[in-house]
Design a protein. Structure first.
Length: 414
């Protein structure tokens, strides 16, 4: 089987995902995607007529984020019309899945050059969201709800913390470390290799640095924040008497004794806008076009877990991809586990008995934000940059996704 190489990775800064507050919120999602696609082209002197496909991740595919963003953004970026595109949705895992599918196409010999990535404008999706219950909780979808009740993700995070006996202090400590590490990474320029500025249509700079981090965060400031997801527990989701709370306590009866609500704005992922792109090619294509590979894709996998708890698939996904690669946890130099909620990363570290100094070395989504469909691609680029900075060899990237899923990928620095 052929090798799949990562030639380059780039991303936008993450802007605060609120209309009227975020520096990117006035832009079209297509513009963010076109920004990183254009950067990948220009940084690598890429002849876009030779790009076989563009595989893009976008979770909320409606309105401005609908209509195959991968293809439309490539056209907007000035790509040759021969470069096709497709857009996929694996919720939060979309940005890893786009890279995994690009690798599979190259390794199978079907394609020689694929650009993978993702975009999410959370300022847009939150402002235009249907105020009704999410589709997986749609009142007309009682068949699925009977088989697999699924609730609000923050409620799941608190439920997992309760079941695992993980207290708020531990979760706040991890959030504090995330902010500290992100601040250090920004100060030392660790993101500079991948970061590309976003310009307004008139050519002025919209954003050229991270907008979300709060480097002054301390345990004291975190302890003063109110928990959020206790407020969801009694919200009705249908006319059958179901609430966000009883959808999970009905399946996990020990939670009827009480859920320990421990998550708040400081130890949950930030709502942001962003996009990322990764250039994946075969050896033949790289050699023919004078491109120097930065990493090879060693193994990828997908894993499902309980849809009701929703956030627990990263640990089995990591075990599965390590087995595929013939590696152990000790072989990995850089772990990126998306900080959707603090409990996800904390449980990942505890269950796999990891060295904390190897996990989210430059901070995570609690400090930097989580632009849903783009985050996986961002994390792959972040892991690659860190492997190069620290002279590491292997990086493992994974994240939870709605529906109780987790994709995972291992890369090897060249």
């Amino acid at each position: 089987m052929a090798e799949a190489y990562i030639i380059d990775a780039c991303r936008t800064p993450r802007g605060i995902g609120k209309v009227g507050k975020g520096a990117l919120a006035h832009l079209h999602p297509q513009h963010l995607a076109a920004t990183v696609l254009g950067a990948i082209r220009d940084r690598n002197n890429l002849d876009t007529s030779t790009v076989d496909d563009i595989i893009w991740g976008t979770s909320s595919q409606r309105g401005a984020q609908g209509a195959d963003l991968g293809r439309m953004a490539a056209l907007d970026a000035g790509f040759d019309t021969k470069a096709s595109g497709v857009t996929l949705d694996r919720f939060c895992g979309s940005g890893i899945t786009s890279v995994s599918l690009a690798a599979a196409q190259v390794m199978s010999g079907m394609e020689g050059c694929v650009i993978a990535g993702g975009t999410e404008m959370m300022s847009y999706t939150s402002a235009t969201a249907d105020p009704k219950v999410p589709p997986m909780l749609d009142a007309g979808n009682l068949s699925l709800r009977t088989k697999h009740p699924q609730t609000q993700q923050g409620v799941c995070a608190d439920a997992i913390a309760t079941l695992e006996g993980i207290d708020r202090e531990a979760l706040d400590q991890l959030a504090c470390v995330s902010q500290q590490r992100a601040a250090r990474a920004i100060e030392e320029g660790r993101f500079d290799k991948s970061l590309v500025p976003v310009h307004n249509p008139d050519g002025t700079v919209a954003l050229d640095k991270e907008e979300f981090p709060r480097p002054g965060t301390t345990m004291e400031t975190l302890s003063g924040l109110r928990t959020v997801f206790n407020m969801y527990m009694d919200i009705p989701v249908d006319d059958q008497g179901n609430t966000y709370g009883n959808l999970i306590t009905g399946k996990y009866e020990t939670l009827k004794e009480g859920v320990n609500h421990v998550h708040h704005a400081g130890n949950s992922s930030g709502v942001v806008d962003g996009a990322a792109a990764i250039l994946v090619t075969s050896k033949d294509y790289a050699d023919k076009n004078g491109l120097k590979p930065r990493a090879r894709i060693v193994a990828t996998c997908n894993m499902g877990d309980c849809p009701t708890l929703m956030l627990n698939a990263p640990v089995p996904a990591a075990k599965k991809v390590l087995e595929k690669a013939g590696l152990t946890t000790d072989d990995i130099d850089v772990y990126e586990i998306n900080e959707a909620f603090s409990v996800v990363a904390e449980k990942f570290i505890r269950d796999l008995d990891l060295d904390r100094s190897k996990v989210n070395i430059n901070g995570g989504a609690m400090a930097l934000g989580h632009p849903i469909g783009a985050t996986g691609s961002i994390l792959i680029g972040t892991a690659l940059d860190e492997l190069e900075r620290s002279n590491g060899r292997y990086g493992l990237i994974t994240m939870c996704a709605a529906g109780g899923m987790a994709p995972a990928i291992i890369i090897e620095r060249i």
